[in-house]
Design a protein around this ligand. Structure first.
Ligand code: SF4
Length: 341
């Protein structure tokens, strides 16, 4: 639940002081909380006045999580966007996620506050490139990760998330799959299927998440020498060698479930460091170790941006998609729901 007005600097500091991972942007002094408190109150008041709901991805700056009506991963947030009766949705995340919310809610206004709202995966491929690939691979089923633009989803057959990708590719009757845009996830899925003696012909696009591809097994080996009983929890956008050294692999929501259910002295989460900050906020008694691997796109969302889009949004803050793109991208997402049943 978001905080309620009036939020004092003391209250804010009390909530945020446990966050220790991260660079200067994620370290909360009392002085910093004195600067943030008026902005927090402004966002909370504007949300009420404009009848807006704020959805925030776990990777954004922790102070934004305190004003959000719901915090989650891209799939959970899109589902929440479908359930809200609020006419305006402010999607504190990146643009492809806000587009997914718009595809699922074409009549609602969807605003994306961050100005640097790209994603190294989503930006690695265009709709035109998918059309060219379809000519090159005419007998393949095209599977796209949710981290794609609406234009790319509109050209694909089935959308997947990090939590259902292996299950859906296994369920697709076609042996020939083209997976895009994450080559590391494609390889990890292929490995998972082979463990079950399922051998599909999977071709893939050469995209990566620049945050997740940075992790390597040496960091895990080193931290295991420093922390007894360390639990290493990885996202499937990481390299296969990282997954091989992990105690658990899952989507961000599955990682959260694992941490909440596991008693351990320390956790190393190999994903954007905002997830560790979020869990530190929610479970101050748990210890999260490792450095901060920050997504510049997610972290570009600020409280000032939330105030701006709630007051007078710029035209580019307002997600607008043609009905043709919306309908074809929706079909691709609905195929995910059909296979996911
Ligand atoms: S963390 Fe990676 S996949 Fe997520 S928004 Fe940033 S660049 Fe994209």
């Amino acid at each position: 639940m978001p905080l309620s007005v009036p939020v004092t600097p003391d209250l804010l500091f009390d909530r945020l002081k446990h966050i220790k991972l991260g660079g200067a942007t994620c370290l909360y002094t009392h002085e910093k909380c004195e600067e943030l408190a008026p902005l927090v109150n402004q966002v909370l008041e504007l949300k009420k006045e404009k009848e807006a709901v704020v959805l925030a991805h776990s990777y954004v700056n922790p102070e934004l999580l305190l004003v959000a009506d719901f915090v989650g991963d891209s799939y959970e947030l899109s589902r929440k966007a479908q359930q809200t009766s609020a006419p305006t949705i402010v999607f504190a995340a990146v643009k492809f996620m806000a587009e997914t919310a718009k595809i699922l809610n074409p009549t609602k206004r969807v605003l994306v506050p961050g100005k640097m709202n790209g994603c190294s995966l989503a930006d690695s491929i265009t709709g035109e490139q998918v059309r060219a690939l379809r000519k090159q691979y005419p007998d393949h089923t095209f599977v796209c990760y949710i981290n794609t633009t609406a234009e790319v989803k509109a050209e694909c057959d089935v959308c997947v998330t990090s939590s259902n990708v292996t299950r859906i590719i296994e369920a697709i009757p076609n042996q020939n799959i083209y997976f895009l845009p994450d080559k590391l996830m494609a390889k990890n899925v292929q490995n998972e299927l082979q463990k079950k003696n399922i051998y599909k012909n999977i071709a893939w696009w050469d995209g990566t998440c620049y945050v997740h591809e940075d992790y390597d097994p040496d960091m895990i080996r080193y931290l295991r020498t420093q922390f007894q009983d360390l639990k290493v929890v990885s996202h499937p956008e990481c390299h296969e060698s990282v997954l091989a050294h992990s105690d658990y692999v899952g989507s961000t929501s599955q990682m959260i479930d694992y941490v909440n259910k596991t008693s351990s002295n320390a956790f190393f989460l190999l994903t954007e460091c905002g997830l560790s900050s979020r869990l530190q906020l929610e479970s101050p008694s748990k210890t999260f170790v490792g450095g901060c691997t920050m997504c510049r796109y997610m972290k570009s969302n600020t409280l000032q941006d939330l105030v701006r889009v709630l007051q007078v949004p710029d035209p580019e803050d307002d997600i607008s998609l043609s009905s043709d793109i919306c309908q074809r991208a929706l079909k691709c997402i609905e195929e995910m729901f059909r296979y996911g049943k």
